[in-house]
Design a binder for this molecule. Sequence first.
Ligand code: IMP
Ligand code: MG
Length: 336
Amino acid sequence: MPFTVVCGGFWGDEGKGKLLSYLALKDDLESVVRAGVGTNAGHTIEFEGREYKLRMVPSGFVNPSVRMLIGAGVLVDPNVLFKELKETKTEDRMGVDYQCGIIEQKHIEIDSTDTHLKGKIGSTGSGTGPANMDRAMRSLKLARDIPELQPYLTDVSVEINDSLDEGKNVMAEGSQAILLSLFHGSYPYVTSKDTSAAAICSDVGVGPTRVDEVIVVMKAFLTRVGTGDLPGELSEEETVKRGWTEYGAVTGRLRRAAPFNYDLAKKSVRLNGATQIALTKLDIVFPEISKSNDIDKIKGDVAEFIDKIEEATKIKVAIIGTGPSAEDIIDLRNVI
Ligand code: IMP
Ligand code: MG
């Protein structure tokens, strides 16, 4: 799988961080490249007994031999980036594209106070929407304009395409998810950019003919932060009763929850051109598979659920998440 794109299947928070860290440890990758909007994403990674909540550094950092990159389409907040580089001790293997847009304090201020963005849309307040607005106005600063970023600057598209030419493996890490897409999501309750697998390729400077696998990450139940429709939404009481409570990694807000939706899964696979599904947090819905790596545990209700997803989407559930740590995975890729 020389070039693999990993994208979010619903409204984000599908557990991409954990899956991405697993893939970075397991697959022989030359580099991992962060795509997506910017610091509005929070990827949670449990690694060597520590929890990391990352908004800039790719989740693949867990593998020390992997080169880490941020693609030109991604908005960089230098303060967040430097803090995370220190926390993950990865300064020596980070590359930022010359053309990444820069989030400044003024963008954060607008995003966290504006009555439309913060009030109506329920933005994360991270400055990404206002920064993308300035980018569309062609007035946004780019990474190449920032002295502190000079040691990290690189042409990410050249790096990745060279690696692929040499037959090496590269993984693109999407953030957010398809139903938050500015084009294909539930507008106006969406993020400030397209978030499809195609957009992820564009973010990092790889053409569509070079993609080998598109892994769409779907959680075994739906969650959504902020405003907008959530089909089958449960009451807070029922969410707590089922043990489906989650809090936003960036915002700390309680996430709204609903049962898995097969029509949305089908739509997500279509819009992303997905080739495989990674189904996360299956242990939350089916505690009997908690922390398991055992294929034989896929039986009864668990097997029925997976069959139904595969029937609706016409692609395979290839990876299953059974717990919060990178090791809590049932990997079916060599079996199917
Ligand atoms: P913004 O991207 O901060 O402008 O927020 C717009 C909408 O997208 C809000 O409903 C956010 O909660 C949602 N959103 C943006 N990024 C993420 C993410 O990474 N996970 C979940 N929701 C997100
Ligand atoms: Mg998140």
